[in-house]
Structures are given as C-alpha cells and as structure tokens.
Write a protein that binds this ligand. Structure first.
Ligand code: 7PM
Length: 282
C-alpha cells in the first residue's frame, strides 16, 4: 500500500484530505448538459465558481470539453480559449486550488501556467504526451476509469466483475504514472461512474467502493446529476438534487475522499453532518 499524505500540494495551494473534500463542477462548454447553460462563458462562470467556493467547495474543476456521449470534439485551442480566461480570473479571485478537466497535454500545460493546480483526466493520461506533461507539471492528477470512448461507451458495456476490472485498470494506470515520474502521493483514482457502465455496474461500484480503497490512493467520485438517477427514480436533470446529495453521502461513507458535485451547498451540509456523527463524542 502506498502512503498518502493528508494534504495535496496543488501548485502552491493546499487540498486537505483530512476530511472529505468537495470538488465543485464548473463547465465552460456550450453543450454542457446539467447546469442549465449557466456557465457558458467566463462572464457567468466566474461568479458561479465564487458562489461554489462560498458554499464550501474545496476545489473548482474547470472543464472545456464535454464528455457527453455524442458530444462534439473540441480542439486544444478551442479548449484553451474557453478555460484559460476562467482559470486566470479564479486564480486571482479565489484562494482554493483549481482543477483542469482535460485529456490534452497542451491544455494541461497552459492551464497550470495560468494557475491550475490539479489535473482531472477522464482518460487517465492515456492520450499521447499526457503522462509526460503531467509528470513535468508535478501537480496532483485524478485518473478515471472509462470503458471505451465517450461516443460509444454506453453501447452495452459488459464486465465479468466490474469492481475487479476497474480496480485492475486503475492500478495499472497508477503504476504507469509512477513509472513516468509522477509522485505516487499525487495520484487520485476514480471508478468513473456512468463511463461505460450500466446502472447495475454503477450500483455495484458504489456498494463495493471500499474494495478500491486498499489500492492505497484517495478516491474521487462523481455521481452528481448522473443518469442513474433517471433510471432508478425517473428524475430529469433539473430534478436530481436530492438524489445526488444522497449518492455523494453514500460515496463518502463507503470511502470516497473527494466528491465532484454541481450542488455544493447541500452536499457540503450533508457530508459535514455525517462526519460529525462518524467522529463520535467530542
Ligand atoms: C454528460 C455526461 C455530461 C457525463 C457530463 C458528464 C466525471 C468527471 C465528468 C467523474 C471525474 C458529469 C459528466 N464526470 N471527472 N467528469 N469523475 N473525475 O456528470 O465522474 O459531470 S463529466
């Protein structure tokens, strides 16, 4: 088991993992599905991020590429044009770390130069040049499991044992990253809920999340507003707040150290209350 520090140094800003951390989602994409078009550009995105920080976010995840099945491909330059003004503004207006949600090495390099201190990559640094770029930038990275590619990942995903297979993939990516020179203490793993998974796969991963924790690396989990809430409760995107809070809380109870959420205030309240209960008599 790899020793993990209780704090991550994110380009000079600290992300404490002594308690669960809340990652607020900031989409800077014209086709983002779940924020009702709120964060279309840097003008709207910056106040929204400040609001999330005020509500208790520990880190803001800025993304300029939609990973929605069937979403348009975006060039590195388009992604840079979308996210860099937002990262620069947030870096000057906020004290918490900023995460860049990208798979492209050019975007990682430009974002970290603009003040980002964490790389969230749904492709787990498998794009050409990404692992080398991340190693050189020396910021923490989140490696996520995805079966296939966004365009096709929901076409009848199948596993023999989803928890074991996701675990093997994450372990292999972690090893590849350490061999490429990434500090093991800078690695965070994510089972990738909804990324090439059926509802049953998602439920099994959530149930057995702690089976991924002995990998010795902090787990990040994203369940906020995801379509399993449609499948299980019939909820449309704008109706998924309560279910999302419940799923985030279950994830933390089962070992998640960072939760990636759209609705920071209610998630933060639920998790802080549970932590106080779990802490026992003071
Ligand atoms: C359409 C489908 C739009 C899915 C947006 C999404 C995760 C992530 C996303 C996650 C990490 C969403 C997702 N999900 N990064 N990026 N983990 N690390 O619901 O689960 O936000 S995009």
């Amino acid at each position: 088991m790899v020793a993990t520090d209780d704090v991550l140094d994110c380009n000079g800003r600290t992300l404490a993992l002594t308690r669960s951390a809340i990652m607020g989602v900031l989409n800077v994409t014209p086709d983002s599905f779940s924020d009702g078009g709120r964060s279309l550009n840097s003008v709207d995105a910056v106040p929204h991020a400040l609001e999330m920080a005020e509500a208790g976010a520990d880190i803001i995840d800025v993304g300029g590429e939609s990973t929605r099945p069937g979403a348009m491909q975006v060039s590195a330059q388009q992604e840079i044009d979308r996210v860099i003004p937002v990262i620069e503004a947030l870096h000057s207006e906020l004290a918490i770390p900023i995460s860049i949600d990208t798979s492209k090495p050019e975007v990682m390099i430009t974002a970290v130069a603009a003040g980002a201190g964490f790389i969230n990559d749904v492709r787990a640094l498998r794009e050409a040049g990404a692992i080398e770029a991340a190693a050189k930038l020396a910021v923490p990275v989140c490696l996520m499991h995805m079966l296939g590619e966004p365009r096709t990942m929901q076409n009848a995903p199948a596993y023999h044992d989803v928890v074991a297979e996701v675990g093997v993939f994450l372990e292999a990516r972690r090893t590849a990253c350490v061999e490429a020179g990434i500090d093991a203490r800078h690695i965070v793993l994510d089972p990738g809920f909804g990324f090439g998974k059926t509802v049953e796969h998602n439920l099994q991963l959530l149930r057995d999340l702690s089976a991924l924790a002995p990998l010795g690396t902090p787990l990040l989990v994203g369940l906020s507003r995801k379509s399993m809430l449609k499948a299980l409760l019939g909820l449309e995107v704008d109706e998924r707040l309560h279910g999302s809070v419940a799923l985030a809380l279950i994830a933390v109870q089962n070992g998640a150290r960072i939760v990636r959420v759209h609705d920071v205030a209610p998630t933060c309240q639920a998790i802080r209350l549970w932590e106080r209960v779990a802490a026992g008599p003071q």
